[in-house]
Design a protein around this ligand. Structure first.
Ligand SMILES: NC(=O)c1ccc[n+]([C@@H]2O[C@H](COP(=O)([O-])OP(=O)(O)OC[C@H]3O[C@@H](n4cnc5c(N)ncnc54)[C@H](OP(=O)(O)O)[C@@H]3O)[C@@H](O)[C@H]2O)c1
Length: 348
C-alpha cells in the first residue's frame, strides 16, 4: 500500500480508501447497491486492513444508516484500535421525513453528527463531509457548524462532496477570512470515462491544496471488465440495473477498446487498470474503491502495484480526453508562453 496526506494536512491515509456503500440489505434507494451482510462486511474490512488500507468512507444515508452501523460493528468485531483507522462519513442527504432531516443547516449537522457517532460506535469522526450542495443554507452557517464540531473534538477534518468549483472557492475564502475550519478535501466523481472535473475543479484543488477523494472510480462497475460495446447488460452487476453515474457510453466503449490490449499486456483486469490510471494523477489523494466480494477487493488492491508506462498513460489520456470547451480552448491562443500545467490541460 502507499500512503498520502489527506489534502494539505498531516494525516496519512492509504491511497486506496474502502467505500462501504455496498453494506446493507438493499432497502430504499440502495436497492441495487447494497448486498453485503455483517459477516461479509467483516471479511471485506479485514481484507482491506490486511492489504494496508487505513481509510474507510461511508455516509449517514447509505442504506438508511446500515453502512455506518456495519462499518462500526466490523471494526469492533475485528478488534481494530480506533487510532489505526481513518473514518470518513457524510451529512446532508435526506435521512427522515421531517422538513429539517436534510441539508447543511447548523441544526441538521448537529443532529446528523450525533446519529453518525452513535451508529459508528465512536467518539470522533476523522473526516466529516457535506455530501451535496445545499442551495438554501448560507455557506457561513454550514462552515460555522463544522468549525464548532472541530472545536468540540467530535470531528477532526472537514470536507465537501459534489460541490461546484465556484462554491468551494467561496467556502475556502470564508474559512480563511473568518478563521474557520477549511475544507481539506473534495469527494468527487472521477474516472477514465468521466473527466469533467479536470476543467474547473482540478485546477482549483491544486491551487488551493485541497485533496481529492475519488468516488465511483469504475463508474459503478462499467469499467470493471464486465461491460463492453457487445456486452452491455451482464448479469449480477449493479450497473445493469442502476445506470449511474452518468457517462457517455459511446466514448466509454472506445476507451475500453484501447484499455483491452494494455490490460492484457499486464495480465490484469480493466478494473485494476482503471484504478491505476487514477492513481497516476497527482491531484488524487485517495481513490475510494467499492466491492461486494472479497475477490473484487483483492483485484482492486493490486492496482497499487500496477505501474503504467508513459506510452500507456499517453494512450489512455488521449482516448479519454475531454472535448475542448470555452475558456479552455482560447487559453493557448493567448500567451502560450505564460501557461501553467492547469491551463495546458484544459486547453489541450
Ligand atoms: N460522495 C458521493 O456522492 C458518492 C457517490 C457514490 C459513491 N461514493 C463512495 O465511493 C465508494 C465507491 O463507489 P462505487 O461503489 O460506485 O465504486 P465503483 O468502483 O465505481 O463500483 C463498485 C462496483 O463495481 C463492481 N466491481 C468493483 N470491483 C470490481 C472488480 N475488481 N471486478 C469486477 N467488478 C468490480 C462491483 O459491483 P458489481 O459486482 O455489482 O458490478 C462494485 O460494487 C462508495 O462505497 C462510497 O463510499 C460516494
Amino acid at each position: 500500500m502507499e500512503y498520502a496526506t489527506l489534502g494539505h494536512t498531516g494525516l496519512l491515509v492509504s491511497k486506496l480508501c474502502f467505500g462501504t456503500m455496498t453494506f446493507g440489505d438493499g432497502r430504499g434507494l440502495f436497492k441495487a447497491l447494497s448486498v453485503v451482510g455483517q459477516a461479509g462486511a467483516d471479511q471485506l474490512i479485514k481484507t482491506a486492513i490486511d492489504g494496508g488500507i487505513n481509510f474507510f468512507d461511508t455516509a449517514d444515508n447509505y442504506t438508511e444508516g446500515q453502512s455506518e452501523q456495519m462499518l462500526g460493528q466490523s471494526l469492533k468485531n475485528l478488534n481494530v484500535a480506533r487510532q489505526q483507522v481513518v473514518i470518513a462519513t457524510k451529512v446532508y442527504s435526506r435521512v427522515g421525513p421531517g422538513r429539517n432531516d436534510v441539508g447543511a443547516s447548523r441544526g441538521h449537522i448537529m443532529d446528523g453528527v450525533e446519529a453518525s457517532l452513535r451508529r459508528l460506535q465512536t467518539d470522533h469522526i476523522d473526516l466529516y463531509q457535506i455530501h451535496g450542495n445545499d442551495s438554501v443554507t448560507p455557506l457561513e452557517e454550514t462552515l460555522r457548524a463544522l468549525d464548532t464540531l472541530v472545536q468540540q473534538g467530535k470531528v477532526r477534518y472537514v470536507g465537501c462532496s459534489n460541490w461546484q468549483a465556484w462554491k468551494i472557492a467561496k467556502a475556502l475564502g470564508i474559512s480563511e477570512f473568518k478563521d474557520l475550519a477549511r475544507f481539506d478535501t473534495l469527494q468527487a466523481y472521477y474516472s477514465i470515462a468521466g473527466r469533467d472535473l479536470e476543467r474547473e475543479i482540478v485546477p482549483l484543488l491544486e491551487s488551493e491544496k485541497v485533496g481529492l477523494l475519488v468516488w465511483s472510480p469504475l463508474a459503478g462497475g462499467l469499467l470493471s471488465g464486465k461491460f463492453s460495446r457487445t456486452k452491455q447488460k451482464p448479469a449480477d452487476s449493479r450497473r445493469t440495473e442502476y445506470d449511474f453515474p452518468l457517462v457517455d457510453k459511446e466514448r466509454t466503449w472506445k476507451i475500453l477498446e484501447v484499455m483491452a490490449p494494455i490490460a492484457k499486456a499486464h495480465g490484469c483486469s480493466a478494473a485494476r487498470l482503471s484504478l491505476a490510471w487514477l492513481l497516476a494523477k497527482p491531484v488524487v489523494s485517495s481513490v475510494i474503491i467499492g466491492a461486494k466480494r472479497v475477490e473484487q477487493l483483492q483485484d482492486n488492491l493490486a492496482a497499487i502495484e500496477l505501474t503504467l508506462t508513459p506510452d500507456e498513460l499517453g494512450q489512455l489520456d488521449e482516448v479519454s480526453a475531454l472535448a475542448p470547451e470555452y475558456p479552455g480552448w482560447v487559453l493557448p491562443f493567448q500567451g502560450a508562453d505564460r501557461m501553467g500545467p492547469a491551463e495546458r490541460r484544459v486547453g489541450a
